[in-house]
Design a protein around this ligand. Structure first.
Ligand SMILES: [Zn+2]
Ligand SMILES: [Zn+2]
Length: 408
């Protein structure tokens, strides 16, 4: 079974640069069984990108998906109107919830697509849709066993346990510790899981101080449950909108002191659970690799920097090597700055299929090479290695400081 996180943020989407490594989309997890069955857990804003990916993958072939919703708070359903496969005739999606009254499931899903909230209603969606409210008993689905447990959350929520292909994935988000009944049900659900994704929205301090009753938990409770019931790997999930990447890094580090195998859910996280056992070493290695990877990507870059005398300069170039922390690019011009430079990386439409996309960030140059046409680019004059600013850095401004560069 392959598990891919498309949205990991809690409460509201946070499309901000400081959040971009873990990601700003609200909850959505894709599960693919070895036999190809598509299961989707929650439909937060991450569902939109999953939809586009499915269309690319399936082409004209029909898509059939089994959607399981934990509850109907906006951050768990708001991706549905933007899930393109729902608009295509021939596709089929079966929505599931657990122990909801009346036709609450269908009403909740369709109810967000009515005026004055949305321009068209769900009847314009060509895909076949079906709604199933399950009872508390496990269901069998194309070789997977899916069970649920009630969680402690306002207006109620459930966690899901998916056992398939010899692996166990447990998804328990939007839950608060402190109710004896739910503390027990979440432990039963998580018992022996290969991967346990758990609500870690608040710090333990914040949870104890002023977030009681909001229905969320902390990394500390996650590590306690993981240790008590033999979880193999804990994934912290439902990150707080106000927690930037470095803050989440800090929470993961604290959690690792209590329980060794923890990672923070990020939109790029993909986990394989092979038959028989979870290869935890691989999982940890995968999350470490993600921190260290360097990618040889040649993409157009545009550089802008300030110089003495108040002028701004620009140069065009090509990226050669990009990692989480740094970039190496070559340019036909000269980049004479010891100050942060603004860099734009253009990912062309041939790659994105949704128009050119420009990524802007600040880079602190740390080394410049005189290339004289090396690197296979006859016009390449300068190679620049720079450190990418992890968060908001001061705006670039004309400066005279780079004159120091000129000194012998
Ligand atoms: Zn939520
Ligand atoms: Zn909620």
């Amino acid at each position: 079974m392959r598990i891919k996180f498309w949205g990991v943020r809690g409460s509201t989407p946070t499309p901000e640069r400081r959040n971009s490594r873990y990601g700003g989309n609200t909850p959505c997890v894709e599960i693919r069984l070895a036999n190809g069955t598509l299961i989707i857990l929650d439909c937060g804003s991450g569902l939109r990108a999953l939809g586009k990916n499915l269309l690319r993958e399936f082409g004209e072939r029909p898509i059939r998906g089994y959607i399981f919703l934990t509850h109907f708070h906006w951050d768990h359903i708001q991706g549905i109107p933007f899930f393109l496969p729902l608009y295509r005739k021939g596709n089929a999606f079966l929505f599931h919830s657990v122990l909801r009254k009346g036709n609450e499931l269908q009403g909740a899903v369709e109810g967000q697509m009515v005026g004055p909230y949305f321009p068209v209603n769900m009847s314009v969606m060509g895909a076949e849709r079906d709604f199933h409210d399950l009872d508390e008993h496990p269901v069998n689905l194309n070789g997977a066993t899916i069970s649920s447990a009630p969680l402690n959350h306002p207006q109620e929520c459930v966690g899901y346990r998916i056992e398939a292909d010899g692996g166990v994935f447990v998804f328990a988000t939007d839950t608060e510790p402190g109710s004896a009944f739910h503390d027990k049900t979440v432990r039963e659900l998580a018992r022996g899981a290969d991967v346990f994704a758990y609500d870690a929205q608040y710090t333990p301090e914040k949870l104890a101080a002023d977030k009681k009753g909001w229905g969320h938990s902390s990394w500390l409770e996650g590590t306690r449950i993981a240790s008590e019931v033999g979880v193999k790997h804990l994934v912290l999930f439902h990150h707080d909108p106000d927690h930037d990447d470095f803050f989440v890094d800090g929470l993961v580090e604290k959690a690792q002191q209590e329980f060794p195998r923890v990672s923070g859910a990020s939109e790029s996280t993909e986990i394989m659970l092979p038959k028989g056992s979870a290869r935890q070493a691989d999982l940890v290695a995968e999350s470490n690799r993600r921190q260290e990877n360097r990618y040889q990507i040649e993409l157009p870059v545009r550089v802008e920097w300030g110089r003495s005398g108040g002028q701004m300069y620009t140069a065009d170039g090509v990226s050669r090597d990009v990692s989480r922390r740094g970039i190496y690019f070559v340019t036909s011009g000269e980049v004479r700055s010891s100050q942060p430079i603004q860099l734009e990386l253009v990912i062309p439409d041939e790659v994105t299929h949704r128009g050119d996309e420009t990524i802007r960030f600040l880079v602190q140059p740390v080394r410049q090479d005189d290339l004289n046409g090396a690197h296979g680019l006859p016009q390449a004059k300068t190679g620049v290695a720079g450190r990418i600013y992890p968060e908001e850095a001061p705006p670039i401004a004309p400066t005279g400081l780079e004159e120091e560069d000129e000194a012998p």
